[in-house]
Design a protein around this ligand. Structure first.
Ligand code: ATP
Length: 449
């Protein structure tokens, strides 16, 4: 008897998560068996240029419980495993420096870890034990949309591998008990080895953009735009070079999304507060994850860390002397506390469908159209960028004005040496009183604050 149900995701009376009535254990098992098979079978396919037909290819294999001459015996119900566009995805792995063996090792050498703080849509999330990949269940429409999107999307990514856009490394379907469970494999934005102190999902909209009471009760809630404006009204301060690189990347990414008429996406941002962490006892969980990820980590993917998403100059293998393994974007809050930011754009598979248009037309009548979160892709992109680059991320002022009262703290600066090696140094920050001067379109919604 299910005791809790969100979308297709339930928790049964034994406490086990189920998705479309399949237990999480069986789903994880099927995913690992399926990926092991499909990566193995890829090695028999010759390396060649990706052709348009490769995007439409679907490989399908049946896994009876008792095993077959192609598949091993297993303890779950019989299932069919479908791999979409395997040859095209192999090309994307190559683009991001992922060898098929590494992909297999990351996803299949250890059990997948279920994330408890999954989304409100009822998706199920797993992370690979080495922290490289996220596996997410997606709806039929989202999988279909991703298939259509793939050729153009990856044309953009191959021109610009430094991006905050999600990287899709696989699209699969597990057919079991008469149901289709579609999953995507993406890059993981939030390393478990780093203790996160607060997390936001930001859209640049204020309509219903406050975390619910239920969300707030979670160990690491996902807060939203209105919470951000209330908690961090001064925004987060970045070195000018880092701010420029980040905003340039966001601008380029938003243009790509707009060209595909995509909207409703979010910026996922998790913050590690270095100063708080230094005062906290090291949790045994974080320590264990840290040891595990170091022990298990195969070759790291290219452009896989927040700094690499945005920094054109930093090359793979560069060392960040301060916290080599942490690889977040250095920032600070208005108190001068040193932060590391982990960010990326998520939830891009909501296409601008007829339904969304309908949703907009009636909501726009009821509310101020500018603040409604479903809007024309161009407007959505512009508002998103404006909010991120003005209200959320700010530049550490270069030259303090002598007439202002100063606060001092520590700042970061990123130096790229002649060898291309980068290091972070901490310097005293002298900042003017930059209390939320920026008025964003998101701040003006009546009745929300
Ligand atoms: P909702 O309907 O609430 O938007 P959803 O099912 O569409 O939920 P997402 O918004 O994509 O799910 O993500 C929910 C949570 O999962 C995020 O707040 C984040 O904690 C985690 N998450 C999503 N994508 C990633 C990722 N690529 N890396 C790390 N964590 C992620």
């Amino acid at each position: 008897m299910p005791i809790k149900k969100i979308g297709h995701r339930s928790v049964d009376s034994s406490g086990e998560t189920t998705y479309k009535k399949t237990t999480s254990t069986a789903l994880k098992g099927a995913i690992q068996l399926g990926i092991t098979y499909t990566v193995g079978s890829l090695s028999t396919k010759p390396e060649s240029d990706v052709l348009m037909q490769d995007f439409h290819m679907v490989e399908s294999i049946f896994f009876p419980s008792e095993g077959s001459n192609l598949t091993p015996a297993h303890h779950y119900n019989a299932f069919r495993f479908k791999t979409y566009a395997p040859v095209a995805f192999r090309y994307f792995w190559e683009l991001f420096g992922i060898r098929p063996d590494d992909y297999l090792y990351s996803l299949c050498s250890e059990p997948l870890i279920e994330l408890c703080s999954s989304g409100a849509s009822g998706s199920l999330f797993y992370v690979s034990s080495d922290d490289e990949f996220i596996v997410k269940t997606v709806r039929h429409k989202e999988a279909e949309f991703l298939q259509k999107l793939l050729p153009g999307y990856y044309l953009n990514l191959s021109q610009n591998p430094r991006t905050l856009l999600p990287k899709f490394f696989g699209l699969y379907c597990v057919q079991t008990g008469g149901k289709n469970i579609r999953i995507v494999v993406m890059n993981n934005l939030l390393p478990r080895s780093v203790k996160m102190h607060i997390k936001y999902d930001l859209k640049g909209s204020t309509y219903k953009r406050r975390a619910s009471q239920k969300e707030r009760e979670k160990p690491l809630p996902t807060f939203k735009d209105l919470d951000f404006l209330q908690d961090i009204p001064d925004g987060l301060f970045l070195d000018a070079d880092v701010h420029n690189a980040l905003c340039k990347t966001l601008q380029r990414d938003c243009l790509v999304l707009q060209s595909f008429k995509i909207m409703d996406y979010s910026l996922l941002m998790s913050i590690h507060n270095i100063d708080h962490a230094q005062r906290e006892p090291l949790s045994s969980d974080t320590l264990q994850v840290s040891i595990d990820t170091q022990r298990l980590a195969p070759q790291k993917a290219l452009y896989s860390t927040a700094m690499e998403f945005i920094q054109g100059e930093a090359r793979l293998g560069d060392t960040m002397e301060a916290d080599d393994h942490m690889r977040g974007i250095p920032a600070q809050n208005s108190k001068g506390e040193r932060l590391l930011l982990y960010i990326g754009i998520i939830d891009i598979l909501q296409s601008y469908t007829f339904l969304k248009k309908l949703e907009h037309s009636w909501k726009a009548v009821v509310h101020d159209g500018d603040a409604v979160s479903v809007h024309r892709p161009g407007f959505y992109a512009e508002r998103f960028q404006h909010f991120m680059c003005n209200a959320v991320f700010k530049k550490i002022p270069l030259k303090p004005s002598p007439s202002k009262k100063f606060r001092s703290g520590l700042s970061f600066s990123l130096h790229t040496g002649s060898s291309g090696n980068s290091c972070i140094t901490y310097q005293p920050l002298v900042s003017g009183e930059h209390k939320a001067q920026v008025t964003t379109k998101a701040e003006v919604e009546p009745g929300q604050r």
